[in-house]
Structures are given as C-alpha cells and as structure tokens.
Design a protein around this ligand. Structure first.
Ligand SMILES: *Cc1c(COP(=O)(O)O)cnc(C)c1O
Length: 337
C-alpha cells in the first residue's frame, strides 16, 4: 500500500504513544494489555477524527473549498475536531447537529458543545433524531453556494474511504511500533461507530498481511446493521488504495453486546470501565465510545477470548471532553475500586 500518493495535512507531531498497562494487567491476571494513545492526537484534546481530517482537509483545500459542512450528535467529537481543523486552515465551519436523544441539545451545554461556541462555529443547526443527515448537510451546502461560498461536505464521523485512510495509516504505525518494542499483538480491539476507524484498521492490518485479528465493539447498532456498514466502507477503502483482491469474508468482526439502551446512554459496564482505567492507569476514557468499547474488551477478556499469556492492544480513540458533559453518570461510582 502506498499512502504517500494521497495528499495529507499533518495535525499531529509524530506517532502517538503506545503503552503497556502493567497495573491493569496485574489486576486481571493477564493477558498483557497495551493501549494506543490516539487520545494524544492533534487539536487537543484530540481523537480519531484528527487522523481522518488530515486526508479530508487536504482534499478540501485541493478543491479550493472555503467552508466545511459536517454533522454529528449533540456532543460530537467529530464536529468539534472538524471545527478545530477549519480554524487551523482558515476555513468556515457549519455544523448540522442531530438530536438523537430528544431534548438533549442545549446551547449552554458543556463538553464539546462549549468548544463549538468557544471556537466560534459559523453556524449550527439542530435537526431531530433519525433525520436524513446527508440531505440536511446538502441544505446547508446549497445555502452557502448561493452566498458565493465553496463548501466541502464531510460525512458524519469523517467516515468515507478517504477519511478511513487515516486508520490505514494508524495500522501501519501500530505495526511499526509493535516491531520496535518487540511486542507482537495477538488481537486488537477498537470502537465501531460510523466505522472509518474500524474499516481503516481492518484494511491496514490485512493489507500489510499482519495476521492480527481485529474486534470492533459497537456503540450504537446491532451487528445486523453494523457489520454491513463496516464491510462496505472497508471495500471502498481497499478500492481507493488500488487493492484488487476481494476482502476475506471474515475480515470484519463486531461485538454488539455492550451498546446498552442506545448511543450515548450509560451502561454499568461503561461506568466501571471508565472508573477502573482512571484509577489503575490514570487514563481517561469517554462515556459514549471508548468507555463502552473498553467495557466490551474487559468482558471478552474475562470470558477467555484471549489466552492469559497473550498480548492485546486497545485503540483509544479520544473523546475526553464528553466526560465532563456526562459527569452525572459517574456520581454513583464508589470512591474505591
Ligand atoms: C467517532 C468516535 C469513535 C468512533 O469512530 P468511528 O470511526 O466513527 O467508528 C470512537 N471514539 C471516539 C472518541 C469518537 O469520537
């Protein structure tokens, strides 16, 4: 794979850290748990959207765009990071916010919403849950065109084939670091949402013939809906890279037992996982994505999905600002582990 063929902006200096988690590993009695710190990506507090935006912004600039349009949930990390990239590049940024939980939007909310306001979003329009977000973004883009602007529309989560290249690049970064540290992985775990992260990692690990299985942990959908979304995006990403071979039938594997009642709604496993990692390793997860994914990984490890002598890697995709917005979820957490 030759990623250098694709124009890219750089928003992070060098690779993100990859760390062994000794205290958590000892507490669980194995396997060896490592973490890829993509919460250290650029545009502090960074996250997985930073990697996708490197390719998407390069494309927007090449097309002469002067405004970005994107969409997301009320506490969208993707919207906040797209706005950050727009500010860095001197572009306008227009957001369409989907109120997935009725009544959950407030102009005065904290977390990412506070940062939308602080970074001076150019417009923000709230639409009801289950709206057709592609056509809602097109409404905004058409208005901008009428005003003489050149909008560039980024799909939710930055998850198209171009955005997913960010996680093909991450897979290569993981393989290089694993080699440097002499730490081969037996399995990698990641969050599976709008799927650019999961699809990009899957194509990158497979395209490099790494042989490392990847488990995606769903945060919003059952497998019947999630797996086809990831498979389609993985096929599009491989095709963009010029890979002719058909993807293996079992390349995409998802776990849907950790979503709870739905997107962004708390689960006991999430609260326990966020609390446990904060107290053993001083690493903060978020309640919407990484908390549920980490809870899923811990449960699968306790079920013996990996041998005690194996080594696994969790990809931390960021999301820290939402932790502060959802502080009330943690009020019942005991003061000791
Ligand atoms: C968007 C997001 C995800 C999910 O990644 P996708 O590429 O949309 O599947 C995971 N973690 C965090 C913190 C996110 O903001």
């Amino acid at each position: 794979m030759n990623l250098a063929r694709f124009p890219r902006r750089r928003y992070t200096q060098g690779p993100t850290p990859m760390e062994f988690l000794p205290r958590l590993t000892a507490l669980l009695g194995g396997p060896e748990i490592w973490i890829k710190r993509d919460d250290f990506l650029g545009f502090f507090p960074g996250g997985n959207k930073t990697r996708k935006l490197e390719f998407l912004l390069a494309d927007a600039l090449a097309q002469g765009a002067d405004a970005l349009v994107t969409c997301g949930a009320v506490q969208s990390n993707h919207c906040r990071l797209t706005l950050a990239a727009a500010r860095k590049e001197g572009l306008e940024c227009h957001l369409v916010i989907e109120e997935r939980v009725p009544g959950s939007y407030s102009h005065h909310a904290s977390g990412n919403n506070f940062l939308f306001n602080l970074m001076g979003v150019d417009s923000l329009r709230v639409v009801p849950g289950k709206s057709d977000m592609a056509s809602e973004m097109e409404v905004t883009a058409a208005e901008l065109r009428r005003a003489g602007k050149k909008p560039y529309v980024i799909p939710g989560g930055g998850s198209n084939a171009l955005g997913a290249l960010g996680y093909v690049a991450c897979a290569e970064e993981i393989l290089a670091q694993s080699f440097e540290k002499g730490a081969p992985f037996d399995r990698i775990f990641t969050t599976s949402g709008s799927a650019g992260t999961h699809a990009g990692l899957a194509v990158g690990l497979w395209g490099n013939r790494s042989g490392i299985p990847l488990t995606g942990i769903n945060i919003s959908r059952p497998n019947s809906l999630q797996v086809p979304i990831v498979e389609k995006l993985a096929a599009e990403t491989a095709s963009l890279l010029g890979i002719e071979d058909a993807l293996p039938r079992d390349l995409i594997s998802c776990e849907d037992g950790y979503v709870g009642e739905g997107y962004s709604l708390p689960t006991k496993g999430m609260i326990d996982a966020v609390t446990l990692l904060a107290r053993t390793e001083s690493i903060l997860l978020d309640p919407v994505y990484t908390g549920k994914a980490f809870a899923g990984m811990l449960d699968l490890l306790r079920q013996g999905v990996c041998g005690k002598g194996e080594r696994v890697l969790f990809v931390h995709t960021g999301g820290i600002p939402a932790l502060f917005h959802y502080q009330s979820y943690f009020e019942g957490a005991a003061r000791t582990v």
